[in-house]
Ligand binder design. Structure first.
Ligand SMILES: [Zn+2]
Length: 71
C-alpha cells in the first residue's frame, strides 16, 4: 500500500534492466510496486491488459517459458 502510494505521488520506477519487447512495444515493470508498464509515444504508462492487448503481442518472457514447459 505504501509503495503504491509512493508511485502514485512520484511516478513508477521503471526497471530498465528488465525491459523486453512484445513485438509492438517495449514493456517492463515498476521496481517498487511491480506494476506492468508499457512504453508509449509519450513515455512509460501502466499496462492495462484489458485495453492494451494488441493482436500478435508476445507474452512476457516468464510466461512464454512457462507455456513451453506445459506444452
Ligand atoms: Zn510503481
Amino acid at each position: 500500500m505504501f509503495l503504491e502510494a509512493t508511485c502514485f505521488i512520484s511516478g513508477h520506477r521503471i526497471a530498465k534492466d528488465r525491459v523486453w519487447h512484445d513485438g509492438h512495444n517495449f514493456r517492463t515493470d515498476c521496481k517498487r510496486c511491480g506494476t506492468a508498464m508499457i512504453r508509449r509515444m509519450n513515455g512509460w504508462q501502466p499496462y492495462m491488459s484489458s485495453s492494451d492487448t494488441d493482436e500478435g503481442c508476445l507474452a512476457p518472457p516468464s510466461e512464454r517459458a512457462l507455456e513451453e514447459e506445459l506444452s
